[in-house]
Design a protein around this ligand. Structure first.
Ligand SMILES: O=C(O)c1cc(=O)[nH]c(=O)n1[C@@H]1O[C@H](COP(=O)(O)O)[C@@H](O)[C@H]1O
Length: 272
């Protein structure tokens, strides 16, 4: 899916919500455990109940990989079930020497037909470029993450007097374009989003950290939105585990609707 189609979807649904499919066997309602594929059964209901609000779905591959071959199968079935006009993100946080990155890209873009994959920039240009060689596919590069440990390296001042995350953004902008690269910017760093937006006015940001991690949606929109929205805001646990029993799908829908209602107002206010 290209940038134009993504913005059209955002406008159509008045939403920039990404639903995170961080599906954990120990957290899903018990009655699903007797299903042949409990993870897929859960995801299917979450997708059915949130498809009117979601412009993107982001399975975090850790939750699937941890279950071995069965987990990969659940991931594949989930991806196949997501309607093709919705953006898909393999949250795999990959990146390695060039030939290996090329195979990671093949895994997520060819063996599975994800629109995008999250990539760590630490190993530099040759670890990221192979992902950018695929037409109509996106790299979502980790820039300023939502976790506490982001202080350890991302905020360090470099010899140029800039924080390391800024160097990552400035340099990596030359590797891709706003049509094939997005940046991860955590919602827990509201004021910093404005700084990142100045560096990359046209790129989309994937913004995790609202909901369970406590980031403010209003701040994210105020500091991060551009004339194409430029934001995909993810919530995983806050939506998918909103309900604990047979009605979990409905509870997820209610949470997604709450976010979408707020997003509609924010789009009117800041998408200019
Ligand atoms: O790349 C990500 O998606 C990501 C980056 C980041 O900085 N922080 C972050 O929480 N994430 C992911 O976003 C999701 C957040 O989940 P919740 O906190 O449950 O909404 C998880 O899948 C994380 O791995």
């Amino acid at each position: 899916m290209d940038k134009k189609a993504l913005f059209a979807k955002i406008s159509q649904k008045s939403s920039f919500l990404c639903v995170g499919l961080d599906t954990d066997l120990t957290k899903i309602p018990e009655h699903l455990l007797k299903e042949k594929d409990p993870i897929f059964a859960f995801n299917k209901q979450i997708i059915d109940n949130t498809i009117d609000q979601a412009v993107a779905y982001k399975p975090n591959t850790a939750f699937y990989e941890a279950l071995g071959p069965k987990g990969w199968e659940s991931l594949h079935k989930t991806l196949e079930y997501i309607p093709k006009d919705v953006f898909t993100i393999a949250d795999a946080k990959r990146g390695d020497i060039g030939n290996t990155s090329g195979l990671y890209a093949k895994a997520f873009f060819e063996m599975m037909d994800f629109d995008s994959v999250t990539v760590a920039p630490y190993m530099g240009i040759d670890s990221v470029k192979p992902f950018l060689a695929f037409e109509d596919k996106w790299v979502i590069l980790l820039a300023l993450t939502s976790n506490e440990g982001s202080q350890d390296f991302q905020m360090l001042e470099t010899k140029n007097g800039k924080p390391f995350f800024q160097e990552v953004i400035e340099k990596s902008q030359k590797w891709g374009t706003p049509d094939n690269m997005m940046y991860v910017v955590g919602a827990t760093r509201g004021e910093k989003i404005a700084e990142v937006r100045k560096l990359v006015p046209d790129h989309f940001f994937l913004v995790p950290g609202v909901g369970a991690q406590g980031g403010s949606l209003e701040e994210v929109a105020k500091f991060g939105m551009n004339s194409n929205c430029g934001l995909l805001v993810n919530s995983s646990r806050g939506i998918i585990y909103a309900g604990k029993d047979k009605d979990f799908g409905k509870a997820a829908k209610t949470e997604a609707q709450k976010l979408q209602t707020e997003m509609e107002i924010l789009l009117d206010k800041y998408c200019k």
